[in-house]
Design a binder for this molecule. Structure first.
Ligand SMILES: NC(=O)C1=CN([C@@H]2O[C@H](COP(=O)(O)OP(=O)(O)OC[C@H]3O[C@@H](n4cnc5c(N)ncnc54)[C@H](O)[C@@H]3O)[C@@H](O)[C@H]2O)C=CC1
Ligand SMILES: O=C(O)[C@H]1O[C@H](OP(=O)(O)OP(=O)(O)OC[C@H]2O[C@@H](n3ccc(=O)[nH]c3=O)[C@H](O)[C@@H]2O)[C@H](O)[C@@H](O)[C@@H]1O
Length: 464
């Protein structure tokens, strides 16, 4: 716990972002009430159980428990709050625009319980530019006892990644505070003061990373902060798509994308991160946010061809996995294909827009028999992917046994520990499409094909 002035905080929405925010702020010493409309989620949290899998969340939740409370009742959370965070979902509509219905509902519910003293309402959800002003209007129209200049709106975008959410919350590169009210920015800086301080005492459960540097505090207008979030995600998605595009050419010109990205990554203007070629990006945000940015551009008659290309390349990567299987096996009908990894990335059980989903769906469409495994996400997939007819395997090795081919979709550490030479020997046809560069040097019998690798070493065919 830190020595900062403790503020009363309400966090509306207890998904990845809401939980990360609530637990981090409680650790900083603030008194936090998490509000959600999902009674089952609130019941779980009240019992000390977690609705999602996220490393370190359990430990930090327990460490901060005395300052955390969970409820579905806005009336018990909002009136006393100095700062109110909106962390509800903004999922994509078929048009590409984000669905702002949950933000609107949350803002209306908050408005009904504002108390007339100065309260800061913070948008942490990813929302189109202009939403902060729109939320301010909702507060104004729905506040029971409205006082001008009492409800200050701030955009404080979230940059956490699933799987490392607590590290990203406690040790961010930057904190962006966008508001047209200096008073609101001041209160937010007060809230984050412990994180910005040299003496920040890191929690035992989430140790400070070796490369830690103090976060930058970026103060901007409301609109710039909203734009920063979209621009950041779009740029990261773009980097990955760029690496994937170069990877395709590498395969054709006898180069290796991993060597190429290592070579360009040392250039400080480029940097080594987010150049991992493979099955492309997935998850709940890159697809949604690139589509949203394009749709915002459309509203202003402004085309964004780079983003459109990034999305197209990303879709192509998912198809590439199946194409590689077809190159080797020709017809997939009746073939048994092992799918290793279902979550969109390791260390999470989040399945939203996971590349594995589209690959499994396509394999089933082509008549293949799919046997899938994921160390953490299988129970969730049982429910969320019940429309897909695949079999579950109790282990990766069991999935591989007797398979005609395997596709490795998520780079879980468990898959690095597999004895690949022996696993390939147990397959009916020893072929693995390793989309995440999990399998290291391979000299056994079989074919390990990796994305963006020169053909000579891509096919390691050695007779046993
Ligand atoms: N998942 C991630 O890693 C990140 C997400 N974001 C953004 O943060 C926002 C939230 O994302 P997630 O946490 O993934 O969402 P989520 O879908 O996991 O959770 C949203 C929560 O809000 C609750 N909710 C919906 N309407 C409500 C209402 N009226 N009152 C109270 N609770 C309500 C839902 O029941 C749910 O528990 C989105 O805009 C997303 O783009 C930003 C950075 C990272
Ligand atoms: O707005 C959000 O929701 C978040 O979106 C991403 O975080 P997240 O989606 O949780 O995970 P990432 O680590 O960014 O991975 C996204 C996808 O890109 C893929 N990826 C990532 C890196 C890479 O080099 N190559 C690559 O294909 C991953 O496998 C995954 O499918 C951003 O990294 C966060 O900063 C942001 O807050």
């Amino acid at each position: 716990m830190q020595d900062a002035k403790a503020l009363q905080v309400a966090v509306v929405g207890t998904g990845y972002v809401g939980l990360g925010t609530a637990v981090m702020l409680a650790y900083l010493g603030h008194h936090v009430t998490g509000v959600d409309v999902d009674q089952a989620k609130i019941d779980m949290l009240t019992r000390g159980e977690l609705p999602i899998y996220e490393p370190y969340l359990d430990e930090l939740l327990r460490e901060s428990a005395p300052r955390l409370r969970w409820t579905t009742d806005y009336a018990s959370a909002i009136p006393n709050a100095d700062v109110i965070f909106i962390c509800v979902g903004t999922p994509p509509l078929p048009s590409g625009q984000p669905n702002l219905a949950y933000v609107a509902e949350a803002a209306q519910s908050i408005a009904r319980h504002l108390n007339g003293k100065v309260q800061v309402v913070v948008n942490k959800s990813t929302v189109p530019i202009g939403t902060g002003d729109w939320v301010a209007r909702i507060l104004e129209e729905n506040a029971v006892d409205y006082h001008a200049n009492r409800y200050l709106v701030v955009s404080n975008p979230e940059f956490l990644r699933e799987g490392t959410a607590l590290h990203d919350s406690l040790y961010p590169d930057r904190i962006v505070l966008g508001s047209d009210s200096p008073e609101a920015i001041e209160r937010m800086a007060e809230l984050y003061e412990p994180l910005l301080s040299q003496d920040f005492a890191a929690p035992v459960s989430v140790p400070r990373p070796d490369c830690y540097t103090q976060p930058a505090l970026v103060k901007t207008s409301l609109s710039s902060a909203e734009m920063i979030k979209y621009a950041a995600n779009a740029f990261l998605a773009l980097k990955i798509s760029f690496a994937n595009e170069i990877a395709g050419l590498c395969e054709r010109v006898d180069a290796d994308i991993q060597e190429v990205t290592r070579g360009i990554g040392y250039d400080q203007r480029i940097g080594p991160h987010f150049l991992g070629a493979g099955a492309g990006w997935g998850g709940s945000c890159f697809g949604k946010d690139t589509a949203a940015l394009i749709s915002i551009g459309h509203e202003y008659g402004y085309e964004m061809p780079i983003l459109a290309a990034a999305i197209e390349i990303n879709q192509r990567q998912r198809q590439l996995v199946i194409a590689k299987l077809q190159q080797h096996l020709h017809r997939l009908k009746g073939k048994r294909v092992a799918v290793l990894g279902m979550a969109f990335k390791p260390n999470t059980d989040d399945l939203r827009d996971a590349p594995a989903h589209d690959c499994i769906a396509r394999l089933i469409e082509l008549g293949a028999q799919v046997v899938a495994h994921d160390p953490i996400a299988m129970p969730r997939a049982r429910h969320e992917w019940r429309h897909l007819r695949y079999q579950e395997a109790e282990s990766a090795e069991a999935a591989l046994r007797g398979a005609d081919a395997a596709i490795l979709m998520t780079e879980w550490d468990d898959y690095r520990r597999i004895d690949w030479e022996s696993a390939l020997r147990g397959m009916r046809h020893p072929l693995v499409i390793d989309t995440r560069r999990v399998i290291g040097h391979f000299g056994g019998a079989g074919i390990v094909e990796q994305i963006g690798k020169r053909p000579a070493s891509r096919v390691a065919e050695v007779t046993a």
